[in-house]
Design a protein around this ligand. Structure first.
Ligand code: ADP
Length: 479
C-alpha cells in the first residue's frame, strides 16, 4: 500500500510539539509494516540547515492567486524505506519560527497563506502520481482533501484521512486564501464547508472533505463532539461521527527508552532502576536544586500555552511551595507564563528550577530524573509526556481529561492497578490534593515502586498505533 503522510512537523526534522513525534514515528512504523511511505513536510529554514542529502529539486507548478506559481520539491530516501519529501517555497518557509515569530511567540500573520500554498503544492504532487491513501495531520495540511477534489481526475480518487491532533488550532483565514489556491468562489456560502462565521477555517474544510477522520484518543473523540470541547466544530463533528475514530497515539520506543537512551547521564530499566537515581542526582545538580532523597522531584515539560493548565499551576504554586516538593520545569511559549515561572523560581529558588527554551536533551533528563511528572492540562487530545514519564519511571500527576484520562489510572481510586494520579477537575486545590497524595506515596517505598514499575511496563508503543492506522487504511480501500 502506498501511503503519503502530510504534516507541518515530524521528527527528526522539525519539532514544535507532539505532532512531530507522532508523524515521525508513524512514517517509520508504517514502512516497517510493509507500506511504501512518503512523508511530506515544508522545507523550513531549520530543515534546510540540517544539511540533508537531498535529490536535486524539481518544481511543482500551480496557479496561486491567478498567477503561475511553483514550489521546489526535494527528496531523500531513508534506510528504513521512507521517502521524505520537502516542499520549498522560500517566501513561506525560509524564515525563523515554524508557526510563530520567535520574538513574540505570536503566530506569523501569513500562516494561512503559507500553509495554503503548502497544501496546494502537495495536491499538485498527488495529482501527478496518486498514492493509495493520503493521511493529513491537523489544520496545516487540512486543505489537501478538498483540493484533491479539484485537481485529481474523478476516475482516480484518492482516499484521504485527516487526523485531528488538537481541535483548538483551526487556521482561521479570510476566504480569499482559499480562492487563491483554487477553491471556487461559489462554494463559499453561509454554512457551507468553506464558510465559518463569515470567514474560512482550514480544519473545517478538512473535516468536511476527508474520507475518514481520526483523533488521538477515544476519549478526545467523544469530547470534541460536545460544545465544551468542540471549539465551534462540534456540530459538524457530530454530523460526521460515523467517520470519526479515536486512535491513541503511541511513543517511539526506540527514542524513548531509559535502557538505551544516549542522552541520559545513566541508563536503567524496571528490573534495575539504579541508574535512575544517578539521573535524578544529575538533574538536581543541573537545576541547582538541593540534593537529597527526602523531597520528591516533580518534572514538567511542555509548551507554555493556555492548554497546558499553567494558570492552574500558578494558582496552586503558593500551596505547592509549602509542601516538601521540588520542581524542574522546562518550557517555552507565551511571555506571561515565562514571567510567572521566572517569578516563582526567584521567590523559591530551593523549590522551583525553571528552564525557558526548547531543549530535547533536558526533556529526556527531566523524564528520567523526576519522581513525579505533572501535567495539569485544561484539555489534552492525547499527550505524550505522561507516556514518556511512565516509561521512564516518573509517576504522572494529571488532570483527568482526554488522553490523560485514558492513559493514567488514579492511585486514590484504584491503588492495585494505578499508574499515577488524576484529578477530576481543572482546579488548583484538586491539583494540590493530588500532590499531597503523591508525597504520601513517595514516603512508602514499596507502594511507590509498584506504581512506578506498573507504569514502566505499560505498552504505549507507536507500532501499535501504526497497526491501527494500517487497519483503517485497509478497510477504506475495500470498495
Ligand atoms: P503537545 O503536542 O500539545 O505540545 P505532547 O505532550 O503531546 O504535547 O508532546 C509534546 C512533545 O514536545 C513532547 O515530546 C515533549 O517532550 C516535547 N516538548 C515540549 N516542550 C519542550 C521543550 N521546551 N523542550 C523540549 N521538548 C519539549
Amino acid at each position: 500500500m502506498r501511503i503519503m503522510q502530510v504534516a507541518a512537523e515530524a521528527t527528526p526534522y522539525v519539532k514544535v510539539g507532539g505532532l512531530a513525534d507522532v508523524a515521525g514515528a508513524l512514517a517509520g512504523d508504517l514502512a516497517a509494516l510493509g507500506c511504501e511511505v512518503e512523508l511530506v513536510l515544508p522545507r523550513y529554514r531549520c530543515v534546510g540547515a540540517l544539511g540533508l542529502d537531498l535529490s536535486a529539486a524539481e518544481d511543482v507548478a500551480f496557479p496561486l492567486a491567478g498567477r503561475a506559481a511553483a514550489a521546489g520539491v526535494a527528496r531523500l530516501v531513508r534506510a528504513d524505506g521512507v521517502t521524505v519529501t520537502l516542499v520549498d517555497a522560500p517566501w513561506a518557509f525560509d524564515r525563523d519560527g515554524v508557526y510563530d515569530v520567535p520574538e513574540t511567540g505570536e503566530g506569523h500573520p501569513d500562516n494561512p497563506e503559507r500553509f495554503a500554498c503548502f497544501a496546494r503544492a502537495v495536491a499538485g504532487l498527488i495529482a501527478r502520481d496518486p498514492p493509495d491513501v493520503v493521511h493529513v495531520h491537523d489544520c496545516h495540511a487540512a486543505l489537501v482533501p478538498g483540493l484533491l477534489r479539484l485537481v485529481v481526475p474523478p476516475a482516480r480518487p484518492v482516499k484521504t484521512v485527516l487526523t485531528i491532533h488538537n481541535l483548538a488550532y483551526q487556521m482561521l483565514s479570510p476566504p480569499r486564501v482559499l480562492f487563491d489556491v483554487g477553491f471556487p468562489r461559489d462554494w463559499f456560502r453561509p454554512l457551507s464547508p468553506l464558510e465559518f462565521h463569515g470567514g474560512s477555517n482550514f480544519l473545517k474544510v478538512g473535516i468536511h472533505f476527508a474520507d475518514l477522520l481520526t483523533t488521538v484518543s477515544t476519549r478526545y473523540a467523544e469530547e470534541i463532539q460536545t460544545p465544551a470541547h468542540g471549539c465551534g466544530l462540534d456540530g459538524l463533528l457530530r454530523e460526521r461521527r460515523a467517520l470519526l475514530h479515536g486512535v491513541l497515539n503511541g511513543i517511539d520506543t526506540a527514542v524513548w527508552d531509559p535502557a538505551t537512551d544516549p542522552l541520559l547521564p545513566a541508563r536503567y530499566s524496571a528490573a534495575d532502576p539504579s541508574g535512575k537515581w544517578k539521573c535524578r542526582r544529575e538533574l538536581l545538580r543541573r537545576a541547582r536544586l538541593p540534593q537529597g532523597a527526602r523531597a520528591p522531584l516533580v518534572g514538567m515539560v511542555g509548551r507554555l500555552a493556555e492548554q497546558k493548565g499553567l494558570d492552574i499551576f500558578a494558582a496552586a504554586a503558593p500551596a505547592l511551595a509549602r509542601l516538601d516538593l521540588r520542581f524542574a520545569i522546562l518550557g517555552v511559549g507565551q511571555e506571561k507564563y515565562h514571567r510567572m515561572l521566572r517569578e516563582l523560581a526567584s521567590a523559591h529558588p530551593e523549590r522551583f528550577a525553571v528552564f525557558l527554551g526548547f531543549d530535547d536533551e533536558l526533556a529526556h533528563w527531566i523524564e528520567a530524573g523526576s519522581d513525579f511528572f505533572l501535567m495539569p492540562s485544561r484539555y489534552e487530545p492525547c499527550g505524550l509526556n505522561q507516556m514518556y514519564s511512565m516509561r521512564y519511571g516518573s509517576i504522572p500527576i494529571v488532570h483527568r481529561v482526554g488522553g490523560l484520562a485514558e492513559t493514567v489510572t488514579d492511585y486514590d481510586e484504584s491503588a492495585d492497578d494505578a499508574t499515577g494520579f488524576a484529578f477530576a477537575a481543572p482546579r488548583a486545590e484538586l491539583l494540590v490534593a493530588k500532590a499531597r497524595s503523591a508525597l504520601a506515596l513517595y514516603r512508602e517505598d514499596g507502594k511507590r515502586l509498584a506504581v512506578m514499575r506498573r507504569g514502566m511496563a505499560r505498552d504505549f508503543s507507536a507500532r501499535r498505533t501504526a497497526e491501527r492506522y494500517l487497519d483503517l487504511y485497509t478497510r477504506m480501500m475495500v470498495p
